[in-house]
Design a protein around this ligand. Sequence first.
Ligand code: FAD
Length: 475
Amino acid sequence: MDLTTPPPAEDHTAEVLNDLRQQLSGPLLEPHDPGYDEARRVWNGMQDLRPRAIARAGSIADIDPVLAAARSTGLVLAVRGGGHNIAGHGSVEGGLVLDLGGLRRVTVDAEALLVTAEPGATLADIDQATAAHGLAVPVGVISQTGIAGLTLGGGVGWLTRSNGLTLDNLASADVVTATGEHLHAGPEENGELFWGLRGGGGNFGVVASFTFRARRLPGPVLGANLFYRPEHWKEGLQRFAAWATDLPEDMNPILSFLVFPPEFGLGAAPWMIIGCAWANADHQPGLELIGRLRDAAPPDQDEVGPVSWPEWQSAMDGLFPKGSRGYWKNASFSRLDDEVIDVVIGFASKVAWQGTGIDIHLLGGAFASVPEQATAYPSRASRYLLNIYGFWPSPEDDARLTEFARAAHGRMQPFAEQGEYLNFLGSEERPDVQAARLTYGPDKYGRLLSLKQRYDPDNLFSRNHNIVPSRLPDA
Ligand code: FAD
C-alpha cells in the first residue's frame, strides 16, 4: 500500500464525521438523519442552505471536536447561536455547522451585577433571568434573537441610550480559538482579543461563555407607543427631531414605520410609531417628557404606561416569525431636517405588511460616551441608525423587496456617515472586503486584521462579515 497517497477527500470527510458523531454529547445530523431538515433552518428563509453536517452541541466540550473536524476536513465552518443572522451566517452550503443553540443557561450574580450566558441563550433567556432580580442587560428588541451574534456585532435596543450597546456591557468572554486554545478575554487578560470581540463578529474564535455587567431595572419600565397616520408623519418627525435634541439618557426612543398584520385591526396603511422606553424607576419625569412630545405632535392613537421588562422586550416578537425571507440594509446619519424627512417619508410610505419595515434608532447618550477606540464597533459618531428590514413569506417577492431595501438605502446615501451596522446587513452575492474596510475605517480594520492573523490565520471562521487574513486571496 502506498502510504504517500492521501485517501480520497470524501472518504476522509465521512470518516472524520463518523468519529465526530462518536465524540459529541449532542447529535450530529447529516442529510439522511431524521431532524436534519428542521435543524438546518435559520431565521432567514432565503438562506435555504444544506450543510454537509450539523453538530448540535450538547455541552461546551463539544466545541473542540467540531473545530478539529473542520480543520481536518477543510469543510467550511459556520457557528450558530440563535440563528437570526440576516446574511445567513449561522449556516453554510455543504459545510459543517456548529449549532450552539441548545446551550442556553443564564446565571445571575445579583450582588456583583454580573450575568453569565451560554452561547445559545436568546435575549428572552437573558431578560427572564435578570428581571427576576430587578436587573437587565441591554440587548435587542426581538426576544428570540441569539445573544451571541447580537453581542459580537453590537446589540442595539431599548437601553442603548441609557447603557450603550450590548457589547459595551460585556465584562469578559471565554473563547475557543481556531487552534483549539481556550482563552479568557477581558480588560485585564487578552485585552486586544477582547477589543476585537466587541464589534469584530465571529472572526476570532467561538465564544463559549459571555459575562455581562447588568444594570438595576426594578419594577416595570415606562413604555410609550405613539401612533401616527401618514398625513401626520412630516409634522411628527419634525417635532420628534426637535424634542430629541436634549433628552436624558434614560429616554430610549425607536421610531418604526410598519404595517400591522390584519389581526391587530389597524388597517392596511403603514403607521409611524414613536416607541419610547423610559428606563428609570421614577416614571414621573418620563411621563412629562412623553407628554411634551404628545402635545407638540398629537398622535392618532397611543398607549403609555408601566410594563414589565420581559413583556416590553417581547411585544413585537410575533411580527418576525422564523422562516421569514429577509434582506436588510442600514445607514447611520445625523441630520433629521426637512430634506432627510422627505426622503425617509418617500420610502417609508411604501412599507407593507409581510414586506418591509423601517426603524430609526436615536443614538447618543451612553452609546456615544464610549470612546471611539474602546471597542471595534464601527462608529459612534452618528445620531441616528436607520434600519430597512425586509421580511416576507413568498419567494416571488424576493427580487422586488430586496430591490426596495437597496433603493431606500441608496436614497439615504447622500446623508449617510461612516458606520454601517453589520448585524443589520443581508447577504450579498459577493461579500465585499472593501466594504468591511470602509465600515470599520482604516485604523480599526488594521487592528482587526492583525488580530485575525494572530488568532485565525487560516480563516477557519469565515462565515461572518469576514476579515480576510492578508495572505489569503480576496484580502
Ligand atoms: P446566528 O445566525 O446564530 O449567528 C450569527 C453569527 O454570529 C455567526 O455566523 C457567527 O459568525 C457569530 N456567532 C454566533 N455564535 C457565536 C459564538 N458562540 N462564537 C463566535 N461567533 C458566533 N440586532 C440588534 O442589534 N438589535 C435588535 O433589536 C435586533 N433585532 C433583530 C430581530 C430579528 C427578527 C432578527 C432576524 C435580527 C435582529 N437583530 C438585531 C440582528 C442580530 O443582531 C443579528 O442577526 C445577529 O447576528 C443574531 O445573532 P444570532 O446568534 O441569533 O445569529
